[in-house]
Design a protein. Sequence first.
Length: 150
Amino acid sequence: MRIIKYTPNTRTLAPAFGFSGRSPWTGLESEIDRWFETALSGVGSAWSTATQFPVDLYEDKDNTYLRAELPGVKRDDISVEMVEGFLTISGSRKRKGGAGEESFSFSRSVNIPDAVQADRVSAAYENGILTVTLPKLEEAKPKKVTVEVK
């Protein structure tokens, strides 16, 4: 058997697949730059902007927990509110720089299930980590059912 080098003619295949000669990677660099600008929009700026931050949600049989990492934020600058099924965490962070004081604000709202005792929600902030505890209603907790023999 003889090996032959094969080079397909992409010009003839391009119209069949909708390829117009433009690379599919065109614009990827500008899109990544836009993501970083959005993520860092408040850092280092002299004006306040609203920035979202990631949160972790997990649960056990009695509670649902929301955990957010907020490094460098003072406890007094954090606000946690529960209104109409939404838990909203907001606050601000100030930093003294060479040109004066710089600040940015952050806010995040998370939809909370109806099976939460809103009057017993609590929050703790330690070492830059905010943990919100959302106790489940008794009806929502798993119950063990015994099976009777008849």
